[in-house]
Ligand binder design. Structure first.
Ligand SMILES: [Zn+2]
Length: 201
């Protein structure tokens, strides 16, 4: 068996893109330049069932998933299994950034956000999929839990850092290269990412 790259989608800085992955294929999220966070959402064929960070935390009973762990849906169906993780830092507690994050916390009415980017990417691909901010897994986000507080640190990983997950179901996946440039989330410098799908031949 030989591993083969089937599809690659580059996600430009401050934007989002979608990709499809079938059960048995491997989905890779790649940080092309380093110190970047991606916000990832996924849906099954019936879009009422989707990746749920909250249910994943409940199923795993830990704050940060590791290699070998599964990522679950809102009906506790395992959707993805982590098979490689170069970073080991993720946040599944806070929603992705949204327009209100920037208007409420920074007084900015028109700052780009993961939620708006993801909704724009879904619409551009003609995908009528429901999305709320709490559906997003903050991949590579270096949030630490210190004395009951959630503290965002700058990411420490470098260019090419990758997480790979075996798909356990057919999924539509969307990834935002987070545009947050006002907190340490992306080391104040949003950069592009990539989605890759591998199969075996
Ligand atoms: Zn964001």
């Amino acid at each position: 068996m030989r591993r083969e790259l089937l599809r690659e989608v580059v996600v430009p800085a401050r934007e989002a893109r979608t990709i499809e992955v079938e059960a048995g294929q491997v989905l890779a999220v790649v940080d092309l330049e380093g110190r970047q966070v991606g916000d990832l959402a996924a849906w099954l064929r019936d879009p009422r069932e989707y990746l749920s960070p909250g249910h994943t935390l409940s199923c795993l009973t830990k704050l940060v998933p590791e290699v070998g762990d599964e990522i679950f849906s809102n009906h506790r169906t395992p959707l993805l299994r982590i098979v490689r993780d170069d970073v080991g830092r993720h946040d599944l507690i806070v929603p992705c950034c949204d327009p209100e994050r920037y208007s409420r916390d920074y007084g900015l009415a028109d700052h780009p956000s993961c939620l708006a980017s993801l909704q724009r990417a879904l619409a551009a691909d003609g995908r009528d999929l429901p999305l709320e901010g709490e559906q997003c897994w903050n991949v590579f986000m270096n949030n630490r839990h210190e004395d009951g507080r959630i503290v965002t640190h700058e990411p420490e990983h470098g260019a090419g850092a990758t997480i790979e997950m075996e798909a356990l179901a057919d999924l539509v996946v969307a990834l935002s290269a987070c545009p947050q440039d006002l907190s340490p989330c992306n080391a104040f410098d949003p950069t592009p990412m990539a989605l890759r799908v591998y199969g075996e031949s």
